[in-house]
Design a protein around this ligand. Structure first.
Ligand code: 3UK
Length: 520
């Protein structure tokens, strides 16, 4: 892959306008809850929004626009319109509270927000807590001043802003699991590069494919997998406001979806329900966001005949940078660098370590990491390599094997134990729905392995169950890694992008060690 783009480039032209020019305007593009849009219909809606942005709301090239909505057709249209008008998208997670919205608004100096009316409460509260935000326009409210009423008066023609390939078009904030969220800046060419890297080389979709996914567009996993990858090749996609495992299956059936993007937890949750739906249209599935245990890969393959494509991606790199084509997958491994990207495992000094040795994952490629006004740039980007914060092992054949977030490695009696490996061991037991494994303070061993487990309904939360699970793990992985403490919980703490918050479990384990509670 070349990743050579013209110097002047507006990515929306490549995703949208080009299909009108090439006679593909009547092809299906986007399916929402109650409406379906062809490429031409989306094109005209985007143009109208562009005119509203520029003529009514005063957006100038480089101006930042906050977008706030669950995934729906208007969210997609506003997103593309901001890009086409030369603005900078700051898309947020729908679950964010006012306080969490104020930070990106102030940090990115955002004067204008477009917001789904159902999320008005926290938006209004946030607007009251910052001097930066001057105007919020809502859609879906049915009121006089709604976005729709402005759109209705606008022209369906608009010439794309003449942006440079390396003009910033997106500031994506990290979920902040490791402190204050970081704003990562991405260029127009990056939006194409993720399509021409992972999607074209690893996923290899066709124009007849129909995509679906669960991640909000504020999370770049969703942006790429749901919208950009299909639009890059003129294919179609489904946007779901509610996209839990129980919503995905009926939607796959209804829309005859062929490609699905979601997280390992969702694939696990779907397996027992597969029999209730006809999902025979499905042909490719991508898993990212968290490590994909071999047991989940095996179970999904047995149930559907589809090999889950695991891929590690990140907000900093915009999308997936290590993955494997179906025919090259080694179950349990994330894969190899996506064409165009390089990855290596390094020690604390940044020196590459030999195959088989765990170390820190470093990556670089056509997309990359530039933080918005953040001195943490120096910590996370070294000599052009982005340090992901993950511990990995590369094998002799160049496959990368995930161990843990570097903070999630547990040192117990001098042994290095990766929490996710213990989790994978627990998950192979049929009683376990979900679990999180962290190190709990221990005077003798420094840390001990402690598991928080959500049990399937009907299983007793008692000492026998603890013993059963401990024996199970000892039989699955090296016995010294078994969880010495197991606590049964109703649910696990998650980030707004649905990831397990091991940090919160670590804090809880500290508290429980201190008070002596939570020891099974
Ligand atoms: C973890 C994985 C093991 C890993 C993302 C695909 O997750 C995404 O972005 P985030 O910035 O988090 C990045 C971190 O998440 N991770 C992601 N995928 C995997 N760990 N196996 C995986 N397959 O710790 C990484 O550093 O929220 C994923 C596309 C776009 C994304 N933004």
């Amino acid at each position: 892959p070349e990743f050579q783009y013209p110097e002047r480039l507006n990515c929306c032209v490549e995703f949208l306008d080009r299909w009108i020019a090439e006679g593909h305007g009547d092809a299906p593009c986007m399916f929402g809850l109650n409406e379906a849009l062809t490429y031409r219909e989306l094109y005209e809606r985007v143009n109208r929004i562009c005119n509203v942005l520029v003529n009514d709301l005063g957006l100038v090239p480089g101006g930042r626009v906050l977008l706030r909505s669950a995934n729906n057709t208007m969210m997609v249209a506003t997103y593309l319109a901001v890009l086409k008008a030369g603005g900078v998208v700051v898309a947020t997670m729908p679950l964010l509270r006012a306080k969490e919205l104020v930070y990106p608004i102030d940090k990115a100096k955002i004067a204008l927000a477009l917001c789904d009316h159902t999320l008005a409460d926290e938006m209004e509260k946030a607007a009251g807590q910052t001097q930066e935000l001057k105007r919020v326009v809502y859609w879906g409210s049915g009121k006089d001043n709604s976005l729709e009423s402005l759109i209705a008066k606008a022209s369906p023609e608009f010439t794309a802003a003449d942006t440079a390939a390396d003009d910033v078009c997106l500031i994506a904030f990290t979920s902040g699991t490791t402190g204050v969220p970081k704003g990562t800046m991405h260029f127009h060419r990056d939006m194409l590069a993720i399509c021409d890297g992972f999607s074209r080389n690893v996923l290899r979709p066709e124009q007849s494919d129909r995509f679906i996914g669960s991640a909000p567009l504020g999370f770049t996993f969703g942006l790429g997998g749901i919208v950009l990858f299909p639009m890059r090749i003129g294919a179609s996609f489904v946007v779901l406001e509610k996209a839990g495992p129980d919503d995905l299956l009926p939607a796959i059936e209804k829309f005859k979806v062929t490609i699905c993007f979601t997280a390992p937890t969702a694939y696990r949750a779907m397996i027992p329900k597969l029999g209730q739906f006809d999902i025979s249209s499905l042909r490719k599935c991508v898993s990212a966001g968290e490590a994909l245990p071999k047991s989940t890969f095996d179970a999904w393959l047995a149930a559907t005949g589809i090999k889950l494509i695991d891929g590690i991606g990140g907000t900093e790199m915009l999308h997936i940078f290590i993955s494997a084509r179906e025919e090259e997958i080694r179950p349990g491994s994330t894969g190899k660098p996506v064409p165009g990207f390089e990855a290596k495992v390094v020690d604390e000094e940044g020196e590459e370590v030999p195959p088989g040795t765990p170390g820190r994952l470093a990556v670089r490629g056509p997309t990359g990491c530039r933080y918005l006004a953040d001195e943490r740039q120096l910590k996370f980007v070294q000599n052009g390599w982005n340090m992901t914060g993950d511990t990995y092992v590369m094998d002799e054949d160049g496959y990368f094997w995930y161990q843990a977030r570097s903070d999630d490695m547990i040192v117990s009696s001098g042994y290095n134990i990766a929490g996710p490996e213990v989790e994978a061991g627990l998950l192979t037991h049929k009683a376990v729905v979900e679990c999180g494994v962290v190190g709990a303070p221990c005077e003798q061993r420094g840390r001990i392995v402690k598991a928080y487990v959500v049990l399937r309904e009907g299983y007793p939360r008692d000492a026998d169950m603890v013993k059963l699970l401990q024996d199970h793990v000892k039989a699955e992985i090296a016995p010294y890694k078994y969880p010495r403490e197991i606590v049964f919980v109703d649910e696990l703490p998650k980030t707004s992008s649905g990831k397990l918050q091991r940090y919160a479990l670590r804090v809880r384990a500290e508290e429980e060690a201190f008070t002596g509670k939570g020891t099974a």
